[in-house]
Ligand binder design. Structure first.
Ligand code: GLU
Length: 434
């Protein structure tokens, strides 16, 4: 089926199971692939592989709620590509999860894993649920039933889930246990992002934020921006945004704005992320922190800053706000925060974007370390992990920056050129079966 949509001038071939009038986030990925196709040379023959996820599983998750009633949830696991290795990517719990979103997120994992050269394809999962409305024991039952249902296709050598939005080490512990019970052995390598006492890795919880900092710092060096006193605005104060803010702050930068679901705060003197976190834990919201002022959600985009870190959800930077952004550099902690048309506008304005598929690859990189440690049952020190993470992120950044310069394209297109080439080279070498 060929369709055009308001967000894109391109006619997309879309799979018939997506609504042609509302393709959703997968459209962003399709457009990104279109943009890179002219650079793929003889591999163009295989490009359709990238546009179609390899395998999609949609599951019904029936569970008893605490009040004795039965509720049903929709769950997904999408394996976008396995040309370079097992599928790998997180599981998100969110009320807005759709098939299109999980398809896009799994495709971005394929690109991300190839960008930092991990021996993985891309996968992603999700449950359409607002976890705030359910008790711990309900969430445990939901997670366990979901894991059993997707147990058909996951496994340490097949597809390795991990945390994403609204999931964390406890979710992974339940997933690991459920899978292990079903296969009759303790299979720690089936998920990453586990608690340390269950085969988790030191450094995993901060890894995504750390990678955002490392790639951001590299970009700042290229752009001649000093770290000391650099003004940083962070959207999202969860696992990624909080760690990134804390590490930037620790390196001498000034956090001038933080936005999360509860509101937006600014401070000319700078916000101490540790105080913001303590305040959030104590009051349930970010607003009202001493020494800060509250602004509207929209005003966040025009905050006077040098670096903006969108670390929340997709489709945040759009044509409605890209024109207001005053930062010189955007480092994408979230997956898919910028729509392609806004990307063009940012490029026209001379704003450099470190794209999601590079900037937030620190999480899956330490997931890879965790998986390797689980397989070898030999665990590394935090220092070893952080050193290896920093080196991988710095090397990837520098070589991708060179590709950007060589082709005169954005860093996002450079990453797509390198990643799509790696994936399609593997695809071409493997050939078609049968
Ligand atoms: N959910 C994270 C991401 O989007 C990490 C995935 C993983 O560790 O497998 O990159």
């Amino acid at each position: 089926m060929t369709v055009t949509t308001p967000d894109s001038p391109i006619k997309h071939q879309i799979p018939s199971y997506l609504d042609p009038n509302n393709i959703g986030p997968y459209e962003i990925f399709l457009e990104q692939v279109e943009r890179v196709t002219p650079y793929l040379g003889h591999l163009t023959k295989w490009v359709e592989t990238l546009k179609r996820p390899k395998r999609i599983l949609v599951v019904d998750i029936p569970v008893h709620l605490d009040d004795g009633t039965v509720a049903h949830f929709e769950g997904y696991r999408v394996q976008h590509n396995t040309s370079r290795g097992p599928a790998k990517g997180g599981v998100r719990f969110h009320q807005d999860v759709t098939l299109s979103e999980v398809m896009a997120l799994s495709a971005w994992m394929t690109i991300k894993n190839a960008a930092v050269n991990l021996p993985y394809g891309g996968g992603k999962g999700g449950i359409r649920i607002d976890p705030r409305n359910y008790s711990q024991s309900e969430l445990e039952r939901i997670t366990r039933r979901y894991t059993s249902e997707i147990g058909l296709i996951i496994g340490p050598e097949k597809d390795i889930p991990a945390p994403d939005v609204n999931t964390g080490p406890q979710t992974m512990a339940w997933m690991m246990d459920t899978y292990s019970m079903n296969v009759g052995r303790t299979a720690t390598g089936v998920v990453t992002g586990k608690p340390i006492s269950l085969g988790g890795s030191l450094g995993r919880s901060d890894a995504t934020g750390r990678g955002v900092f490392v790639t951001g710092a590299e970009a700042m060096k290229k752009l001649g921006m000093p770290m000391e006193g650099a003004r940083i605005a962070v959207q999202g104060f969860g696992n990624v945004g909080e760690a990134a803010a804390r590490i930037f702050h620790g390196a001498g930068a000034k956090i001038v704005a933080i936005q999360d679901v509860t509101g937006t705060i600014v401070s000319e003197k700078g916000i101490d992320p540790a105080k913001a976190l303590a305040h959030l834990k104590a009051t349930g919201k970010i607003t009202g922190l001493e020494g800060t002022e509250e602004i509207t959600r929209d005003e966040f985009w025009s905050v006077d800053c040098d670096v903006m870190v969108p670390a929340a959800l997709e489709k945040q930077i759009t044509l409605a706000n890209a024109g207001q952004i005053r930062a010189k550099l955007i480092v994408e902690g979230a997956n898919g925060p910028t729509i392609p048309a806004a990307d063009d506008l940012l490029a026209e304005k001379g704003i450099t974007v470190v794209p999601d598929v590079l900037a937030n690859a620190g999480g899956v990189t330490v997931s890879y370390f965790e998986w390797v440690q689980d397989f070898s049952s030999f665990f590394w020190t935090e220092e070893e992990i952080n050193n290896r993470l920093d080196r991988i992120m710095q090397d990837a950044f520098r070589s991708l920056w060179d590709v950007k310069e060589q082709h005169g394209v954005t860093l996002r297109t450079a990453v797509y050129i390198v990643s799509c080439t790696r994936v399609l080279e593997a695809r071409a070498l493997r050939g078609l079966y049968p």
